[in-house]
Design a protein around this ligand. Sequence first.
Ligand code: SF4
Length: 118
Amino acid sequence: MTVLYSELQVAGWAETGDRIGLDDVTYRADNDKAFTLPCHIADPEIFFADSDLEINAAKSLCAPCPMRSACLEGALSRQEPCGVWGGELFEDGQVVARKRRPGRPPREVEKSGNEVAA
Ligand code: SF4
């Protein structure tokens, strides 16, 4: 069985019966279909990468995936802690536009170019 990043963060998570939507997109001995999905053919590391380049590459691989809707729905239900699922980037169970970087958040800049207090 594939070890999901979620399992590394929450030990035993996938064994609790909360595998909502995972059976169709993860490897099981009786599920040959999973082997044909883009995330099982490509380097799985890019689905949990830090760089925008790799994250966008993972999202592009999800685009034509026949399991995209089910994958996204499952990831939302499970509140995936991280990774690209169903063509979206997750952080702390939420879909986010970009990966948060360590350190202070960037200051917001008005259209005029003036910095705005957060
Ligand atoms: S949508 Fe993306 S992460 Fe989900 S099964 Fe397809 S390729 Fe894998």
